[in-house]
Structures are given as structure tokens and as C-alpha cells.
Write a protein of this length. Structure first.
Lengths: 73, 403
């Protein structure tokens, strides 16, 4: 099983929360977050980051079914 | 070119007057985007007035809030500001912020909307019952955000008379004496420590209990941090929104054609709220300086390592490079990415909550109080003084009643 991470650049406010919570999965470039790899092994801190993003710019999906894993619907 | 050696201008440039933004900011944006200023206390600082520079200072890790603690930070009153979440840098800042972030996401806040609507409707009922005119600040603008943040955090609403007074200690520049400020902050912290102790004995379904658990079971924050963070959320959670509600109403009442348009199209309230957040200069001054950790070229000058920069958020929100016709308030302005809630790691924790409350407030006032208008001449509306935020002290309003 693997997950897909997407960051909606235009809504990101560069809070760095995702980088702080899951530095192996996100980086800030010119004040905008992006996933280091878009397809990843499932990990709790990715869900935490997506749940904590103040503007819900991060979406985590199941790579096969496309179902949204975080933020919790 | 401006350098560190240039004589700083005294700042704020003028006393805050209603919601007017000093036109000098516009001039600085054009000619001197980073300029030297001297606040009433602390070291001289750079003032950033352009949107892009403002965002850089707020989000770039080369600028630090934590460094302010070890410096004579530029500020509006002599007392050094308390530490807390706004005086920390990542990753320490992230440790605290993530404990509360989940309670303030878009989704969590949307779940609170029906309750906020209910509170707003009850307040409007009260106003209708007592009849026109009413006083918007006491009757509506204060109780709405106070009730919401009390319920979210788990603070008894009955205690509001106390903590409303104490809150002023965090936002006063000259309204309170230094002794009063010390005293109120002490009392506020003791009060919060007492509530925390009660949650420790008997947890409830509220943010305070969740924070106590984070401390006791997972050791994620110190007792002092727990107290400061809870006080911080309670203060920030109501004073700002309670000032913005009457500020927004004031702007609408002084722009009757915009108000009329909003009455015709109430579905545009969310857009109106964004435009109002851009347009209204809530703070009387740039505050919370960031210190450069290394030399940074910015706005045509070299900010040297160790120098503080303050950010003119209200000025950035009127940057003509980003917003068209920015000095005008208008619903037709595209809901641009204003920085009324800041930017970067300290971007307002309560932004979504404040947005939701402001939307509910305007929707309710427009729907329930037809023909809303000033009940006194506009010039007689009294404004706060000696505080870091602007807002009417009271706002008497009238509306059409059926004859
Ligand atoms: C219209 C209402 C509000 C406005 C305009 C506003 C504005 C701001 C701004 C500009 C900042 C950033 C300050 C800086 O970086 O120098 C901030 C931070 C903050 N705000 Fe708000 N705010 C509002 C309402 C609220 C509410 C309802 C809460 C309730 C939780 C809140 C809690 C906070 C906290 C805790 C911070 C510090 C965040 C941090 O350091 O990580 N604010 N606010
Ligand atoms: S947490 Fe959200 S807003 Fe903050 S940097 Fe990450 S994606 Fe952007």
C-alpha cells in the first residue's frame, strides 16, 4: 500500500507546520510547501501534518483507490 | 540609500485616527520600502512596508522572533512582552503550535459554525427585544467571540467580567499603568492555573483538558507554557474579533453603496470579510519585530545580522503591486491573498475561527436588523485609545422597526 501527497501551492501560507511535523516528507521552497516525493509509504506524521495544516492545503490519498486519508473528511 | 546609520523617523508616524492609515506608508512603499524607525521603546528598527518584503520577513527562517527575547526589542510600551508562542522559532514553536493547530483547522471550525450562529441569533434577539437603538459593542461584538472561545477552550463564560479587564493588560500601550499591567497579568495567570488544576481533577471535552493531557501524559509542554498558551488563546481569541466586528460595521456604514450591495447579495459576505480584513488596519502600529540571523538583502537595503525589522501589515495589504486601487474599500476587489492574519509560522492560529465568526456576525446583523445605521452622527463614535488595536469603544446603531 502507498499514499499520494498533494500540496495546493496557492493556498499554502508557508507556515512550515508540515515541515516541522514531517520533515522527511515536506520542504519549503520560496515560502511554499511541497512534498519531497509524491508517492510514499504510509506514516502517521504525514496524517498529522495534513490534519494540522491551518489552511488544509495538504491532501493525502490512497494511491490505489484514490480515497482521501487526511484531512479527515 | 538608507543604511543603518540613517536617523530613524519616530514611529508610529502619527496617532491612530479612526481607521485611517497614515498616507506616509504609501510614500514609503514607493520611495523607501525599508526605512529606519524608532518605536517609543527599544532599539531602532527597519520598517518593511511592501507586500513581498513583509512576507519574507514573516516567513523566511533567516528572520527570528525568538531572538527578540535577548534584545531590547522595539515596542510600544516599556514593559517587555511576555514570552509565549509568538516569541518562539521553529522547531520549538512547532512543538507548541501543533498541540493546538488541530483545534483550529477549517474543518474543525466549520463544526462550530452552527453554535456560533445560535449565539449570534440569541444576541440579535436580545437587541430586537430591547429595541432600536442598541450598542453594538456590548450587545453583540464582545459577547459573540467571548462565548465562542470560552466554549472551545473550556473557560466559564460567567468569569468574563474578570478576564475582560485583565485582557487589556496584553493590549494596552498607555491605557493601564505598568503596575496594573503586572498585576492583571499575574491575576490572569493565577486564574488560568486554577482552571487547569480543575481540569486535571476532572477532564472535560474541551481544549484546556486536551492541553492538560498533552502536558501530564505526554510531557509535550511545561506548566508555564500551558498557562501562557491558554491565556494567549483566550486573549487573542476575543479582543481582535470583538474589535473587528464593529470596525467592519463602521466601514460598511460609511460606504453605503457597498452595504447596499451586500444587502442585495448576502452570499457575498465571505468575500466582504476578506476585503475588510485587507482594508481595515486593526493594529495601531507594526509590532512583534523579527531579528535578522544573518545579513539579508531586502527592499534595496542590507539588513545586517542582529538588526530588528517590523512589518507594516496594513501597508502591505495596500501594496499597489499586488492589489489594484488598494486605498479603496470595495466588494469588487478580488479576494486577494491579504496578510491581515500574518504569514509564515506565526500566521494567526485563530484565522479560520475569526473568519467564521466575522461571517456569522455580518450575516446575522444584515438579516436581522434591516436598515442598520448609525444611531449617532458618525463623528461622535468614540474610539479606543492607548491600546494596540483600533476599534470603536461603543457603536450605537439603529434599525427599521415595524411601525
Ligand atoms: C479578526 C481577528 C484576528 C486578527 C486580525 C488576527 C491577527 C493575527 C496576526 C496578524 C497574527 C500574527 C502576528 C505576527 O506574526 O506578528 C496573529 C497571531 C495569533 N493569533 Fe490572531 N487574529 C485574530 C483572531 C484570533 C483568534 C480568534 C484567535 C484564537 C485562537 C487568535 C489567536 C492567535 C494566536 C495564538 C497567534 C500567535 C500564533 C503563533 O505565534 O504561532 N487570533 N493573529
Ligand atoms: S502546513 Fe500547510 S500552510 Fe503550512 S507550509 Fe505546510 S502546506 Fe503550507
Amino acid at each position: 500500500m502507498s499514499w499520494l501527497i498533494e500540496v495546493d501551492g496557492p493556498s499554502c501560507i508557508g507556515s512550515g507546520m508540515c515541515v516541522g511535523m514531517a520533515s522527511e516528507h515536506f520542504e519549503l521552497r520560496d515560502g511554499v510547501s511541497r512534498p519531497l516525493r509524491s508517492q510514499v509509504e504510509p506514516a502517521d506524521e504525514i496524517v498529522d501534518a495534513a490534519e494540522s495544516c491551518p489552511v488544509e492545503a495538504i491532501t493525502v490519498r490512497d494511491a490505489e483507490s484514490g480515497a482521501v486519508i487526511a484531512p479527515e473528511p | 540609500m538608507t543604511t543603518t546609520e540613517s536617523t530613524p523617523r519616530s514611529y508610529p508616524f502619527s496617532a491612530a485616527e479612526k481607521l485611517r492609515l497614515d498616507p506616509f506608508y504609501a510614500e514609503l512603499r514607493k520611495t523607501e520600502p525599508l526605512s529606519r524607525v524608532q518605536l517609543p521603546y527599544g532599539q531602532p528598527a527597519w520598517l518593511a512596508t511592501r507586500y513581498e518584503d513583509a512576507k519574507t520577513v514573516l516567513a523566511d527562517p533567516r528572520f527570528s522572533r525568538a531572538a527578540a527575547v535577548d534584545n531590547d526589542e522595539p515596542r510600544l510600551r516599556s514593559r517587555r512582552p511576555a514570552g509565549g508562542i509568538l516569541a518562539m522559532d521553529p522547531p520549538e514553536h512547532t512543538r507548541l503550535r501543533k498541540l493546538v493547530a488541530k483545534a483550529f483547522t477549517v474543518r474543525r471550525v466549520e463544526r462550530l459554525r452552527p453554535r456560533a450562529q445560535e449565539i449570534a441569533d440569541e444576541l440579535a434577539d436580545g437587541m430586537l427585544e430591547s429595541g432600536s437603538p442598541a450598542e453594538l459593542v456590548e450587545d453583540f461584538a464582545l459577547p459573540l467571540p467571548i462565548t465562542v472561545i470560552c466554549e472551545l477552550l473550556g473557560v466559564p463564560y460567567e468569569d468574563r467580567a474578570d478576564f475582560r479587564d485583565w485582557s487589556d493588560a496584553f493590549l494596552s500601550t498607555t491605557k493601564l499603568t505598568e503596575q496594573q499591567v503586572e498585576d492583571y497579568i499575574d491575576r490572569f495567570q493565577n486564574y488560568m492555573a486554577g482552571l487547569i488544576e480543575r481540569r486535571r481533577q476532572q477532564p472535560e471535552d474541551d481544549l484546556l483538558s486536551a492541553l492538560v493531557e498533552a502536558r501530564d501524559e505526554h510531557d509535550k509542554l511545561s506548566e508555564q507554557e500551558l498557562v501562557e498558551l491558554s491565556v494567549g488563546i483566550l486573549v487573542a481569541g476575543h479582543e481582535t474579533t470583538a474589535s473587528q466586528i464593529p470596525n467592519f460595521v463602521y466601514v460598511l456604514l460609511t460606504h453605503p453603496e457597498q452595504l447596499e450591495q451586500l444587502r442585495q447579495q448576502p452570499e457575498r459576505v465571505p468575500e466582504a470579510v476578506e476585503e475588510l480584513l485587507r482594508y481595515v488596519p486593526l493594529g495601531v502600529s507594526a509590532a512583534f519585530p523579527r531579528y535578522a540571523l544573518e545579513d539579508v538583502e531586502l527592499g534595496g537595503v542590507l539588513v545586517r545580522a542582529g538588526e530588528p525589522v517590523v512589518v507594516g501589515v496594513a501597508s502591505a495589504n495596500r501594496d499597489e503591486e499586488v492589489f489594484s486601487d488598494p486605498e479603496r474599500f470595495g466588494l469588487d476587489h478580488e479576494a486577494g491573498p491579504h496578510i491581515g492574519f500574518g504569514h509564515g509560522p506565526h500566521h494567526c492560529l485563530g484565522a479560520q475561527l475569526a473568519r467564521m465568526e466575522l461571517q456569522v456576525a455580518l450575516e446575522t446583523l444584515l438579516a436581522r436588523l434591516p436598515g442598520l445605521r448609525f444611531a449617532v452622527p458618525e463623528d461622535e463614535v468614540p474610539w479606543k485609545t492607548g491600546m494596540i488595536v483600533r476599534g470603536p469603544l461603543s457603536l450605537p446603531v439603529a434599525w427599521d422597526t415595524e411601525a
